[in-house]
Design a protein. Sequence first.
Length: 103
Amino acid sequence: MSSRILSNMLFAEKIRQLREEKQLLQRQISAALEIDNALYCKIERGDRQAKKIYIPVIAKILQVDPEDLLALWLADQVVAIMKEDKDMSDKVLSIAKQNIKNQ
């Protein structure tokens, strides 16, 4: 499995799981997003990163809280960055968390 796929699994796996639970087709979601079905398939597999603007649309279709999907999407962004230097990840996340609290 490629590193790009690993970095997008949180969001990708969740939207696939939710879509399957709702018994929706990928083409139904891609049509709502106004994107090519092949692109949506790549997003759901984790081969491509979804655009942030897609999240509210996907959440509405899948009837979930957009903030939950946004949290997974953002976590994927953090994982993608942090995997470059795994030894520093705890320290960096701690500093970032403290910085956010202080703002």
